[in-house]
Write a protein of this length. Sequence first.
Length: 412
Amino acid sequence: MNSIAESYVKLVLKIGQFDADYVDAYYGPEEWRTSASTINKEDTTVYEKLTSEADSLLTALEALGSQKATGLEKLRYRYLYKQVVSAKVKLLMLSGITPGFDEEAKGLYDVEVPEYSEGVFQKIINELNTALPGIGSVSERLNEFKKDFIIPKEKLDTVFSTAIEECRRRTARHIKLTEGENFTVEYVSDKPWGAYNWYKGNSFSIIQVNTDLPVYIDRAIDLAAHEGYPGHHLYNSLLEKKMVKENGWVEFSVYPLFSPQSLIAEGSANYGIEVAFPGESRIKFEKEILFTLAGLDASRVEEYYKVLGLIKGLSFTSNHAARNYIDGNWTREETKLWLHKFALRTPEQCEKSLQFIDKYRSYVINYNLGQDIVKDYIERNGGTEDNIERRWELFENLISSPQTPSHLQRAN
């Protein structure tokens, strides 16, 4: 399987020559990256040739399947197979074959995306209508309410740095961090995302926070946990340590963004917020520390989180909007109007959402559906809030071993 894994890495690096976003991280042999960069991009049969490489890898993996691998090797086999299938789908898309939203999500991320009716979202909006009395639309009232909870730009670094240190401290109590792990934080603008973790290898990350739009106080812990601990930074450093350095499994030296690995990465990073801050511990920390650092009224913490709790169910509006936009059912303007009405976003936020969908397409599912899949797997196997140690044990195993979304959905 090692030979197949090496060929898979080289295939991913070649595909990355045709989409700059495809290779999210790579810390394998530099000569492999150099070799991939020499591919002839003018060759009219290049996608056909790369697809043939993917098919050969799948055939080789299917032949290996008869050997009935067990334990971690079986997880490795399953992971490699799904990642190669995803690479093949990506090649089809690069060659000009554009699948529908559901077909794309299944092919790239190994999941079927549930569909929710507008009635589900409208019920939440009706509850908000009662919780936020006043004039104007629910969207206008919500966004006016949230203005009181914006972190001033001059205090953003202090608040975010404090949040990430707390996330690191809480994580380190349960998971042994890799020796020398570290990161730097940068504040950027003109990006379609809110934050990003660029993993560079050797347990080092660059975490970027986008300041285009206001950053609300709850986002400090959200981003600190998601991008740092126990999110992307920890996820990548553990995979590098355990899979690459200890096991010698080179397939984990490359991270193709549009692949099943992203659903695991984004889903665990989002669920990791709840793992690090169970129960009321998050509200307590924010009330005692972060609100004061941000210069906000700490007496309104409970009020703020009551409203956030109501809008949590609206996260799936992103999937609904992306499905209809990608499938051509709605124009760009229709999609933004729908998001304003049902996701309750400002016009500026709606524009950012469309920029994200334009660039990353069905990737939006990895945040909400990914979180649900990871949460269900861990809690189904005993990692409930009344068994914190078991929750951390399952979480660590999940982010430091080969996993696939479809397997998590049925694994016990």
